[in-house]
Design a protein around this ligand. Structure first.
Ligand SMILES: Cc1cc2nc3c(=O)[nH]c(=O)nc-3n(C[C@H](O)[C@H](O)[C@H](O)COP(=O)(O)OP(=O)(O)OC[C@H]3O[C@@H](n4cnc5c(N)ncnc54)[C@H](O)[C@@H]3O)c2cc1C
Length: 242
């Protein structure tokens, strides 16, 4: 019997922001794995893995929908995604708040960080009342002036960093001058339940646009890899679902 693992090689690299990317690095399980995990309650776990008829698929899809609706969440923990992410440190910092998952990150102590910083094409300006504000694009000339100043600041920080490394300063000390726009790389291992919580919070109009850019790509991959679970997620997942 072959378990329905759907991925044999990492997906194509998807660029995100100016120097970032997202890759599905590895994956364990499929929609049928979730149905099988739930069916073990009735000693019928093999049905979802061995019966490839349309009728079984219909039963499994219906079961997944009911599990999601009734918050019977543990079967969704049986599918695991592993992503490789390159993102600015301020995005990673928001990401690392998601505790039901595991992270491994590039070390600024053991390697020299690459000369890559996030520069937004278009700065956002906040308008409206607190907690009810909206964003509009900064006017073009002012946007260009600030972008030039941001780039000059990053250049100075990088020059100081490299100067300290050249003088023999330890990498973990030299890095303190780098801004939170510095790019970092990490591996994120997360089960489907925790990933849905992430998508609910971060692929949302309330999330910061930069982390949302990653969550949008991730949700498209999630929908492609777990179509039944994704459909149920978007039908039933409401505020405070986990
Ligand atoms: C738009 C937005 C703005 C935010 N602003 C801020 C901010 O200003 N300051 C700030 O500090 N954070 C902020 N956060 C982070 C937020 O508070 C969460 O830490 C983050 O979204 C991770 O969500 P989580 O706890 O649901 O995820 P996970 O850590 O993956 O936890 C998943 C679920 O497990 C349960 N759980 C986890 N740990 C516990 C626990 N200790 N006790 C009980 N249940 C637990 C909860 O149900 C939780 O939803 C913001 C998040 C968003 C999306």
């Amino acid at each position: 019997m072959t378990l329905p693992t759907t991925l044999s090689a990492p997906l194509a690299h998807t660029p995100v922001l100016d120097h970032g990317f997202l890759e599905l690095w590895n994956m364990l399980g499929a929609d049928q794995t979730i149905a099988a995990s739930a069916r073990v309650s009735l000693s019928r776990e093999l049905a979802s893995l061995t019966d490839h008829t349309d009728k079984q698929a219909e039963r499994d899809r219906g079961l997944i929908n009911r599990l999601m609706r009734d918050r019977h969440t543990s079967p969704f923990e049986s599918v695991v995604f592993q992503w490789r992410v390159r993102a600015p440190i301020f995005v990673a910092r928001q990401w690392f708040r998601h505790r039901f998952s595991s992270f491994n990150e590039e070390s600024g102590r053991y390697v020299e960080l690459q000369d890559e910083f996030y520069v937004p094409d278009q700065l956002r300006v906040r308008v409206g009342k607190a907690m009810d504000y909206q964003y509009v694009d900064m006017e073009a000339e002012q946007n260009a002036q600030f972008r030039a100043r941001i780039e000059a600041l990053y250049h100075d920080a990088r020059t100081l960093y490299e100067g300290m490394l050249a003088a023999g300063v330890a990498r973990e000390h030299a890095r303190i001058v780098l801004p939170v726009a510095q790019y970092t790389t990490f591996i994120w291992t997360v089960n489907a339940l925790s990933l849905m919580n992430f998508l609910h919070l971060r692929n949302s109009p309330h999330a910061q646009a930069e982390i949302r850019a990653y969550a949008e790509v991730m949700e498209a991959v999630f929908a492609e890899r777990l179509p039944w679970t994704h459909a149920a997620f978007r039908e039933h997942w409401g505020a405070g679902a986990v």
